[in-house]
Design a binder for this molecule. Structure first.
Ligand SMILES: Cc1cc2nc3c(=O)[nH]c(=O)nc-3n(C[C@H](O)[C@H](O)[C@H](O)COP(=O)(O)O)c2cc1C
Length: 320
């Protein structure tokens, strides 16, 4: 028995697995390329990159794979339009727009023949996205790592989104194993988007200290923290999240005016960049609630083969 493929508009991935975009600089071309070459959808995170950087990342990925690659950019980023247009110009297949809603992105994608896939947290927004021309939607639950747009579990949200739209619905949040993928597909999802599991792979551009923190994390280590983006964020607890919980915010050393609207309590880009580079004391280690189920740092090939195997075992188990 083979895992079903994932069709998003005119693009088809052999496996129903999207590697979620992870900023800042966690999912770059090495991770996206490895996932696309293994049959999934590889996503480069654009938030926090310059236009030149995103163009270079997409160019490298495009040269290294014939698989499906895309970018994820938060709508909240000031240079959202420039980042999306640079990625489209370099041959991205898919644009995933998170943290906010943009009408314009549908037009840019349509004109270029690129699939537009917004991240949604409600049936109302999913419907709106379909009307504007979305090729699919990602429904992300509260289990997810990074910024959170809902307080509801992905599998609780899924039925109402499926009811609301006719385009493929991709479930994100808490998916770590092939058995989790089976559960999502059985519930009607066309595929899954996984972040946390892919952050701890060899090809992820997170520092070794970041990956080690994932492997060591227990359920008690996962916290919801405040982000100046205006949304809560899920992270692994560390001295920085303890400071943030007390309202003791690190000084902003240099404001790059990177967000359209920023609470300016502290610099989110600086905090995420620090962790990516290896400072897991003063940096922010975004992670999903399932990080306690991540026990190793495999290559993407090993991970993808494992996911298929686990999916197969779970499928045979339910047939017996
Ligand atoms: C370290 C990290 C960074 C993330 N950065 C982004 C981002 O820049 N944009 C976005 O839309 N989602 C971001 N996410 C969410 C993922 O794309 C994905 O939807 C989510 O991780 C799925 O939940 P999971 O972590 O339980 O697999 C991030 C997640 C993690 C773990």
């Amino acid at each position: 028995m083979d895992m079903p493929s994932l069709r998003i508009g005119s693009r088809t991935a052999r496996l129903p697995v999207i590697q979620g975009g992870m900023a800042v600089r966690i999912s770059l071309s090495p991770l996206a390329t490895a996932v696309a070459n293994a049959g999934g959808v590889g996503i480069i995170a654009g938030s926090g990159l310059s236009v030149r950087e995103i163009a270079a990342e997409v160019r490298q990925a495009r040269a290294a794979t014939e698989g499906v690659i895309g970018v994820n950019v938060m709508v909240a980023v000031r240079i959202f339009k420039d980042l999306v247009q640079a990625a489209i110009a370099e041959g991205a297949d898919i644009v995933i727009a998170g943290a906010g809603f943009s009408r314009d992105v549908f037009t840019w994608c349509k004109e270029a023949g690129v699939e537009c896939v917004p991240v949604v947290g409600s049936a109302r927004v999913a419907k709106l996205a379909e009307r504007f021309g979305a090729s699919a939607v990602v429904v992300e639950g509260v289990e997810a790592g990074g910024h959170l747009g809902t307080d509801r579990l992905a599998l609780d949200l899924l039925p109402e989104i499926l009811e609301a739209v006719d385009i493929p619905v991709i479930l994100a949040g808490g998916v770590v194993t092939g058995a989790d993928i089976k559960r999502a597909l059985d519930a009607g999802a066309a595929g899954v988007q996984m972040g946390t599991r892919f952050a701890a792979t060899v090809e992820s551009s997170a520092s070794d200290a970041f990956k080690a923190m994932y492997v060591a994390a227990t359920d008690e280590d996962v916290v919801i923290t405040k982000s100046p983006v205006g949304l809560p964020g899920r992270a692994v607890t560390n001295p920085l999240t303890e400071r943030l919980a007390r309202g003791d915010y690190p000084d902003i050393e240099r404001c790059r005016s990177c967000l359209k609207e920023c609470g300016k309590e502290y610099c989110i880009i600086d905090a995420l960049e620090r962790a990516q580079r290896g400072d897991v004391i003063e940096g922010l280690v975004f992670a999903g609630s399932s990080v306690a189920r991540v026990h190793d740092v495999p290559t993407v090939d090993v991970l993808m083969a494992r996911l298929v195997e686990e999916w197969r075992e779970a499928s045979e188990g339910t047939q017996a």
